[in-house]
Design a protein around this ligand. Structure first.
Ligand code: SF4
Ligand code: SF4
Ligand code: SF4
Length: 459
């Protein structure tokens, strides 16, 4: 009998991760045993395979199935052996340019002269390398990605390289039914993350009259065309009062998730709207109050507060993003950030970062981990500063930070977020003060009190 991998399954092999399969639309690959991997290698539509218990298990796990006559693997599904460490996902800022002039963002139109972007030629060369490194899943970001004059060419090129786009971040200005139809011809499951900051406020923070109308029209069009959509909202002292109304409206429109992000202390934000920034305690308290009010509306949209909590009205549950492990499961070998180990972030000038949120701190400290316009991505993912950073562990970190090492929360907090450690202490090797406040401030108990009828989802 002949068998074949299921359509959404691909085989991959990286250094220290030699037997893996990749599920389309997941930002990580999963390990296999050598025996499973070798059996799946024969699931190519041409090899004869004897029935066995192992084969049955792989079929049950939806990794393979009986092949139809003449069925063959796509190029994407075929085994790719990568000569570098495991990195299956990438956030890629194709351009730093933007049409809007947000008060809080370095990429604003005012700074256009300072912004770079990937030319089509650079993008093509880079995509060759990314494919060979085993990257499958790409999040496109900016600036505003649709400001790139060759946006559609780059999008098509990602697919012709056998990779795919999971997320497009956008301010919505250039979204139209026609553009969505074009994208749909390439992939109808791309998720859009659209910025929207609240009724009567959006235009002000975005520095553009009509931006709110455009963002809402974009969200409507995306939903009508059947794409999944997440809305990303800034929250600060000036617009916190508008958030409940925005959440109810977006839920009624059919938005799946609203992500509420604290307006943070970027240089431009400190210059333009310093007094609007909520200190962390105010952010947590406002978020909890908003979660409580929202939980009473009967709306079903998921509400996610950046670096704090997620509210899931459908199942009446919530979870905290900073509780990374249980005391029992903790190990010193955990990565300092799980995302560092799987996602490569590439800025529009080619600089490589372990995450986009940490980039401004690295720029400020002149910390250079590599540049894909100057060096091959593969060499950056084999050895050097980027790999050292991505592979640092919680145990290594604790050796240099006595405060975290001696903290009663260290096994669940794992030193928090490195980007926020820099924002809150000015040090990459210090504690993340936002997490100290959360754990010592009793927010686990406060949430339980404010959300009666909801259960905390524990690890
Ligand atoms: S729309 Fe996005 S990228 Fe553009 S200036 Fe505003 S925050 Fe920055
Ligand atoms: S960041 Fe704060 S709460 Fe977390 S382990 Fe370090 S000292 Fe403890
Ligand atoms: S450092 Fe912080 S912001 Fe960056 S990926 Fe890790 S948790 Fe997220």
């Amino acid at each position: 009998m002949k068998y074949i991998l299921n359509d959404n399954v691909a085989l991959r092999s990286w250094w220290f991760y030699p037997y893996a399969y990749y599920f389309r639309y997941y930002n990580q690959a999963k390990r296999l045993t050598r025996a499973e991997f070798e059996l799946l290698e024969h699931c190519n539509g041409t090899d004869e395979i004897e029935p066995s218990e192992l084969l049955e298990q792989l079929i049950q796990r939806k990794l393979c199935r009986q092949a139809e006559k003449q069925e063959r693997l796509s190029d994407w599904q075929k085994l790719k052996e990568c000569d570098n460490f495991y990195f299956p996902a990438m956030k890629w800022m194709i351009t730093g340019k933007c049409n809007l002039n947000c008060l809080h963002c370095f990429n604003a139109r005012d700074n256009e002269k300072l912004q770079s972007q990937f030319s089509l030629e650079e993008a093509e060369k880079f995509l060759d390398e990314a494919r060979d490194c085993g990257i499958d899943y790409i999040q496109i970001t900016g600036g505003e990605p649709f400001c790139h004059p060759q946006f559609m060419e780059i999008l098509k090129s990602i697919y012709s390289h056998g990779m795919f786009v999971n997320v497009i971040n956008t301010n919505g200005w250039f979204i139209s039914p026609e553009i969505l139809d074009e994208i749909k011809k390439i992939d109808d499951a791309v998720r859009f993350i659209v910025s929207y900051d609240g009724r009567g406020y959006h235009d002000m923070i975005r520095g553009q009259v009509g931006a709110e109308k455009k963002a809402l029209e974009a969200i409507t069009a995306i939903i009508e065309k059947g794409f999944p959509v997440v809305v990303n909202a800034q929250i600060n002292r000036e617009n916190s009062g508008t958030m409940l109304e925005a959440a109810k409206m977006l839920s009624d429109m059919g938005v799946g998730t609203m992500r509420v992000c604290r307006t943070s202390e970027s240089f431009r934000c400190l210059e333009n709207m310093k007094d609007a920034i909520m200190p962390w305690q105010e952010y947590y308290d406002s978020a909890l109050e908003l979660a409580r009010e929202y939980s009473e509306t009967g709306c079903s949209m998921e509400l996610r507060f950046w670096e704090f909590m997620t509210l899931l009205p459908d199942i009446k549950a919530y979870s905290f993003s900073m509780i990374k492990h249980s005391e029992e499961s903790y190990s010193d070998d955990f990565p300092i950030c799980h995302d560092f180990r799987k996602t490569v972030s590439v800025a529009s000038d080619g600089s490589l970062y372990p995450c986009m949120q940490i980039a401004s701190g690295y720029v400020q400290e002149n910390r250079n981990l590599g540049n894909v316009k100057e060096t091959s991505l593969k060499s950056c993912l084999q050895k050097g500063d980027y790999i050292n950073e991505a592979f640092s562990t919680v145990g290594d970190f604790m050796k240099g930070c006595s405060e975290c090492a001696e903290c009663r929360w260290r096994k669940v907090c794992c030193a928090g977020c490195r980007a926020l450690a820099y924002t809150t202490t000015g040090r990459f090797d210090g504690p993340d003060r936002s997490k100290c406040l959360f754990f010592n401030g009793g927010y686990i108990e406060k949430a339980a009190m404010m959300l009666p009828g909801y259960e905390e989802q524990k690890l």
